[in-house]
Design a protein around this ligand. Structure first.
Ligand SMILES: Cc1cc2nc3c(=O)[nH]c(=O)nc-3n(C[C@H](O)[C@H](O)[C@H](O)COP(=O)(O)OP(=O)(O)OC[C@H]3O[C@@H](n4cnc5c(N)ncnc54)[C@H](O)[C@@H]3O)c2cc1C
Length: 285
């Protein structure tokens, strides 16, 4: 299906992109295009108005790349998922991103979709959000007025994941002592999108869970933390029964939201297995 006509802008610097973004009306930002182009087709099919101007960030090299800088990892917004996966900078607590990237859909999608698109597309089920919250990431944006805004990923997703700025990069503090487990369940075998995902990050101190973050992608609301489970784990030690006991300390409002019995079961199994993984890893240290 042909899209409705629009004017396509392909700036090569962020400064040029910001000038265009500030001056154009009815403009949409284009990253990898894997969602946006499809949504333009859907809008056309429904007979709804589509934007007159598309501003592609694809040629802006300063928005691409992954690197370690002092004690943090910087991931630029236009980094494609497969490039993040292949990055040698994914060490220590950043290693979990390899697992997340590997699980995202299929190779053709991973070769086009960007980290920025994944975080800002406002689909509740995309996977980077929960992990960025678990890692305590900060998201950096630049507005039409060229002012930078730095927002914790947690706040971004708690407040509707909406932006009228250009997302430029995400920064995550390096943590050499963090232990992290990620579990994801696919929705069906035809199109690989997640049904749910959970991420548990902790720092074991003398075999006690500390600074634990449990983040959940329930596919219905934006990624969020389970504070009840976090509190339980932070008062627990690393022993065999903890994973089973943890299931009595869940914020059920997160897992029960529009979940059928299968999904509720898979949430419990995923959390249990994630905690078992952390306990076993710690015991082998
Ligand atoms: C078939 C299929 C399967 C998928 N499976 C998974 C999966 O299993 N797990 C998963 O996590 N994701 C999955 N995705 C989502 C995918 O990983 C991408 O995140 C998503 O398609 C959007 O990325 P994009 O770069 O193509 O963004 P685009 O489609 O180009 O843009 C998406 C939206 O984000 C906005 N945007 C993009 N970049 C910026 C920026 N820098 N600043 C401000 N706004 C911006 C755009 O304006 C647009 O509204 C799947 C997608 C498809 C099509």
């Amino acid at each position: 299906m042909l899209l409705k006509p629009f004017t396509f802008y392909l700036p090569i610097t962020l400064s040029e992109a910001l000038t265009l973004y500030a001056s154009l009306e009815e403009v949409r930002i284009l990253a990898g295009g894997t969602f946006l182009l499809n949504s333009l087709k859907l809008l056309k099919r429904k007979g709804t108005k589509t934007p007159q101007n598309i501003l592609s960030l694809r040629k802006i090299d300063e928005l691409k790349g992954v690197y370690l800088e002092k004690d943090q990892l910087v991931i630029k917004a236009m980094t494609i998922i497969n490039d993040l996966f292949a990055s040698p900078s994914l060490v220590d607590n950043f290693r979990v991103l390899k697992t997340v990237c590997r699980n995202i859909s299929t190779n053709p999608i991973r070769n086009m979709a960007t980290v920025g698109g994944n975080l800002t597309c406002r689909y509740t089920w995309t996977e980077m959000g929960a992990v960025m919250i678990a890692l305590g990431a900060y998201m950096h944006f630049i507005g039409k007025d060229r002012k930078e805004a730095i927002i914790p990923a947690e706040e971004f997703f708690n407040t509707g994941a909406k932006t009228d700025k250009i997302f430029t990069h995400v920064a995550i503090k390096r943590d050499k002592t963090a232990s992290i487990a990620y579990r994801r369940v696919r929705k069906n075998s035809d199109v690989d999108v997640p049904l749910l995902a959970v991420c548990v990050k902790t720092n074991f101190k003398e075999d006690h869970f500390t600074n634990t973050r449990v983040t959940v992608n329930n596919g219905v609301t934006f990624a969020r933390r389970d504070f009840i489970l976090e509190e339980f784990l932070n008062n627990s030690s690393c022993q065999n029964g903890v994973a089973k006991e943890a299931l009595d300390h869940l914020d059920t409002s997160i897992y029960d939201t529009r979940s059928d019995d299968y999904k509720k079961h898979m949430f419990r199994l995923s959390l249990k297995n994630a905690i078992i993984e952390l306990v076993e890893k710690q015991k082998n240290v």
